[in-house]
Every structure is written in structure tokens, then in C-alpha cells.
Design a protein around this ligand. Structure first.
Ligand code: HEM
Length: 432
């Protein structure tokens, strides 16, 4: 059945619904600064488009959603491939890339989108983002070890020769209570946006496209960012009430981004150069117990003040941590087991991470306590010498006191391919 041509043209329908004035404002706003953008032409009655609604470029040397200034909302999903056909996997990645190109620019999925297709066929796009702006949406994909080899080490999709040495299973750390049902996965989708509906729409449509080839293993909503990845962003707070992301790698710190985030030529494999490794950890936080801890104790556990986020050794938020400074009574001002000491590069052979996690609340448990915590996300060039080293230090024998208030319940490691150009698709280097 051919499409009903009396219906509106698809693809651009979400942006069309914004209206011509809105698009003018977006174009004008792209070059502007500040919180809001007046429409082109300067009319007093013109709508104001917030910069958080603008599209994020999809194409580039690296995937968007890694050093992109962290958006406010997350919807993450891990999928397992239900097909064993290499051709079907390639087709899936091609279709995902095409759909992501459209959605990240604020367009519907497919040729006819949500409402312009045949009334006798299910719409190509699910429709819940109609009328919504791009909202800074980024979609970042990653490949789990289990996409390359099965649990017995047998090749899948003919990809065993392409398995990166660094894509090993993460070790079990002291205190881990991992639930396999919400860990790992063949494929990961990280959708970040400033509107949760836009992030959910993105994952939902990719999952729908995957029908018959891959199915969701687990997914996680995150409602508030717990890191800043740009010096232009204010530091947000985690659910323990502390500023989180102060000492994170920021996109403006180009040398650190090159050194710690992107896979280099000599790291290999070739298909992953310009990509990055994604670690996910769902960390339950015992909110009610934490809330009974005196302020002084909370600050000692983190090593920073709760108000400004400044180091306990003195100074304001972005002042250096001084691990030699003494507090009252001659003890170190930043305690031997304070979180920021154990996680700091000085005590981890210089290792740094690009953290990009989100707060989550999954309702309450049967005792009326919040099922809440941090969906920790970190990007890096080498998981072993970065996340694993730092997490061993946090979970290890010296014992980060924070561990009395948190428990890691899920874990994932994914190799995220580089970005794509005008014609490419995610992971194409794998199948060359
Ligand atoms: C629920 C669990 C966690 C909470 C509540 C938490 C909280 C914090 C806070 C408040 C800071 C200080 C602000 C900042 O510099 O960002 C911080 C710093 C940091 N955290 Fe965590 N964190 C958690 C888990 C982790 C994990 C699992 C890792 C990595 C294995 C990690 C690595 C770091 C690093 C590298 C820093 C910066 C240290 C520095 O260089 O000063 N954190 N965290």
C-alpha cells in the first residue's frame, strides 16, 4: 500500500511542529550564548528556544554522548542479540545508525515517520516525541564481549579475530553483589537528552527496529546528571547531596581527553581507534542510613564539604586537594580513606576517568525505603589501568568508608566504536 500523499511530509515533522519561527531561533541560537534564544528577526512576540533544546551534531570522528556536555536525562538499555546471522547484525547496525541520525536532529524515524505513512500499516515512528525539540539528544552505542565470543569462547558473527584485548570481563570487586540479569549484554544504547521523553523515544524506537534480531536485557532511567563534562556546566549533586563531577575530565581539557578517553592507533584494534570503553555500574545507595550520618561524618567520607564542594584541606570547589594538609589534632584533613583520596590520580598511578553518571530512583522497596542510587558511567581508553585500578582502590582492603552506604548491583563493559561520517554506520570497521 503506497503512502497517503495528502498527509504531511515525514522526517521533518517534529521540527515542522516547532514552527518556522522556532527553527529560525534554533539556527540563530546555535551561534549564540546564554540560557534562552529569541527567534531570528528580533520580534518581541517571537518564541524563545532554550539552548538545551538544540540538536547535537550526529556525525564526527567520535560518537556524540561521550565528551558532549552531559545532558540532564538518561535512558540506558543493554540488549542481547537473538540472531546469529552476521548479515542481520550488519543490517541492524545500519538501520540503527540511520534512525539515530534522524532522531538526534529532531526528526521522526523512517521515510514517513509517525503520522505521514499508510493508515493501514503501523507507523515507522512511535510518535511520543512529536512536537518536541531535539533536546540535545545523543545516542551512543557500545559492543559487549559477548557479541564477539560466547561464554565458552566460541566465535559469534565471525568476529572473534576483532575482539579487543581490553574488552575482558571486569573482575569481581570486594563487596560486589552483582545481578547477572542486569549486567553486561551484547549491545548497549546510551540515550541522553534534556527531556526524558526524547531519551525514552530514542531507545524505544531502536528496540523496535531490533525486533527479531535483538531484545532488551535490562534498561535504566536516570533523572539527573551527576557529573559535568564541560567547564561551562555547573556541578550537579548526587543523591547523597554532594557536588559530583568537580574533578572530572572536561571536554575543554584536550590533553586529558586524548590521553584518557579515546582509543589510539597503537592501542588497537583498528576498528576501535577513535572509540572508547564504557563502564556501567548500577550502585544502590542506602539513602536512609546516609541521612542519619552527621554532616561532619558525611564530609569526612567524601573528603569535600557538602556546601561548596571545596576540599577539606581548605579552599573553594575547584581548588587543589592537599593530601598533606593536617586538620584538627594533626590527622590528615582529607582522611586516609576519604573517597576523593582513594579515587585521586596521585594514588592510582595517574589514572583518570571521564565520569558521566546519573541519579536514579526506581520507586521504593517493601520497607518504604528508596530504591535509589547512582547509575555510574565512565569512559576511558583502557579499562584495566583506569576503572579497574580505581575501583580496586575504592573497594580494596583500605576500604572506602563510602562502601558502608553503597552496593554495586550491576556491571557492564562495552567497546564503543568511533563516530560515523555522512554515509557510514556504527561499527562498520568491524565488518570491512
Ligand atoms: C555511589 C557511589 C559514588 C558516589 C556517591 C561518589 C561521589 C563522589 C563525590 C561527591 C566526589 C567529589 C566530587 C568530584 O570530584 O567529582 C567524587 C569524586 C570521584 N569519584 Fe566518586 N562516587 C561514587 C562512586 C565512584 C566510583 C565507582 C568511581 C570509580 C571507580 C568513582 C570515581 C571518582 C573519581 C575518579 C573522583 C575524582 C577524584 C579526584 O580526582 O579528586 N566514584 N565521587
Amino acid at each position: 500500500m503506497s503512502a497517503d500523499t495528502t498527509r504531511p511530509e515525514s522526517g521533518l515533522s517534529r521540527r515542522k511542529l516547532l514552527g518556522a519561527a522556532g527553527l529560525g531561533a534554533i539556527a540563530a541560537g546555535a551561534a549564540g550564548a546564554g540560557a534562552g534564544y529569541a527567534a531570528a528577526g528580533g520580534s518581541d512576540s517571537a518564541p524563545v528556544i532554550d539552548k538545551d533544546e538544540l540538536p547535537t551534531p550526529f556525525e564526527g570522528a567520535h560518537q556524540a554522548g561521550i565528551v558532549t556536555p552531559a545532558q540532564d536525562r538518561l535512558y540506558f538499555a543493554a540488549l542481547d542479540l537473538t540472531t546469529e546471522s552476521r548479515e542481520e547484525l550488519v543490517a541492524l547496525l545500519q538501520e540503527w545508525t540511520a534512525a539515530a541520525r534522524q532522531m538526534t536532529q529532531g526528526n521522526d524515524v523512517g521515510e514517513f515517520g509517525a503520522v505521514a505513512g499508510s493508515p493501514f500499516a503501523p507507523p515507522e515512528d512511535t510518535g511520543e516525541a512529536l512536537g518536541l525539540p531535539p533536546s540535545g539528544l545523543t545516542i551512543t552505542v557500545g559492543f559487549g564481549r559477548s557479541m564477539f565470543v560466547d561464554a565458552k569462547g566460541k566465535a559469534r558473527f565471525g568476529l572473534d579475530g576483532q575482539l579487543p584485548d581490553r574488552l575482558k570481563d571486569l573482575p569481581l570487586f570486594i563487596g560486589d553483589r552483582l545481578d547477572p540479569a542486569v549486567s553486561n549484554g551484547d549491545l548497549a544504547i546510551q540515550a541522553c537528552a534534556n527531556d526524558p521523553q526524547v531519551a525514552v523515544h530514542a531507545v524505544r524506537n531502536l528496540v523496535r527496529i531490533a525486533f527479531g534480531r535483538a531484545s532488551v536485557r535490562y534498561s535504566q532511567m536516570g533523572f539527573g546528571r551527576t557529573s559535568s563534562t564541560s567547564t561551562a556546566q555547573a556541578t550537579p549533586r548526587n543523591l547523597f547531596g554532594f557536588k559530583d563531577g568537580t574533578a572530572n575530565i572536561k571536554v575543554e581539557e584536550r590533553m586529558d581527553v586524548e590521553k584518557f578517553v579515546w582509543v589510539h592507533d597503537d592501542d588497537g584494534p583498528e576498528w576501535l581507534v577513535g572509540g572508547s570503553y564504557l563502564v556501567t555500574r548500577k550502585i544502590d545507595m542506602r539513602i536512609e542510613i546516609w541521612d542519619r550520618e552527621p554532616l561532619e561524618g558525611q564530609e569526612a567520607i567524601i573528603g569535600r564539604t557538602k556546601g561548596s564542594g571545596g576540599p577539606l584541606s581548605g579552599g573553594d570547589e575547584f581548588d587543589e586537594l592537599d593530601f598533606k594538609a593536617e586538620g584538627d589534632g594533626g590527622d590528615p584533613a582529607i582522611g586516609e580513606v576519604a573517597h576523593v583520596r582513594l579515587a585521586h590520580p596521585d594514588f592510582n598511578k595517574g589514572a583518570k576517568l571521564l565520569r558521566r553518571g546519573y541519579n536514579f530512583v526506581d520507586g521504593s522497596n517493601g520497607l518504604g525505603q528508596l530504591s535509589a542510587g547512582l547509575f555510574f558511567i565512565a569512559y576511558q581508553r583502557d579499562p584495566e589501568s583506569q576503572f579497574v585500578r580505581i575501583q580496586k582502590s575504592l573497594a580494596g582492603s583500605k576500604n572506602d568508608v563510602l562502601n558502608e552506604y553503597i552496593v554495586h548491583v550491576s556491571s557492564g563493559l562495552f567497546a564503543c566504536p568511533p563516530g560515523v561520517g555522512a554515509k557510514g554506520y556504527w561499527g562498520e570497521g568491524l565488518f570491512a
